[in-house]
Design a protein around this ligand. Structure first.
Ligand code: PNS
Length: 162
């Protein structure tokens, strides 16, 4: 059975992430989308909130499961018995960081974990979670950037913070 893991911060989930999830879900029997629980960061949405958001956004994809992890992604892969990590590539600017991460994961796992890159669909190539947060912070329109059900929740988060 082909099982892949798509790890990320997803803070917040964007339509670009969702595009990668939908396409990866067609390539693998099971896709686990996993939210990095990073204690050092102060995210907009908590890990639990991000897991719930992803579950809501992927409810139409029966072979997608949502989880969270902390620590190294290769340890998480080993625990799950998974050998493939999915990552999206938007532009050449992503490439250096992503290549380094893929090679680090390959080296650390002694070749057990490979990374499969999906190039982001052109319509979402400009999207980033940090861009969405900046637009929302200044009250701009994020309706083309994130799933519809998430738009107001993001504005509300910034209202709570102000
Ligand atoms: O959505 P992001 O923030 O680009 O995702 C980055 C993520 C979570 C994939 C990456 O930071 C990660 O895998 N972190 C876990 C720690 C780890 O395994 N580091 C080694 C790879 S350099």
């Amino acid at each position: 059975m082909k099982h892949a893991i798509y790890p990320g911060s997803f803070d917040p989930l964007t339509l670009g992430h969702l595009d990668v999830i939908e396409r990866a879900a067609q390539m693998f029997d099971t896709l686990t989308v996993s939210v990095l629980h990073n204690k050092a960061k102060s995210p907009l949405f908590s890990t639990e909130e991000r897991v719930k958001i992803l579950q809501e956004a992927t409810a139409h994809l029966p072979n997608v499961q949502v989880d969270s992890f902390s620590g190294l992604v290769i340890d998480y892969c080993r625990d799950k018995g998974v050998h493939v990590v999915i990552r999206g590539l938007r532009a050449i600017t992503d490439f250096e960081y992503e290549l380094q991460m893929a090679q680090t994961n390959s080296k650390l796992s002694h070749g057990e974990v490979d990374t499969v890159f999906l190039t982001t669909s052109l319509e979402y190539a400009y999207l980033s979670s940090s861009g969405v947060k900046e637009i929302a912070y200044f009250g701009g329109d994020i309706s083309q950037c994130v799933p519809e059900f998430l738009v107001q929740r993001i504005y509300d988060k910034f209202k709570e913070r102000k």
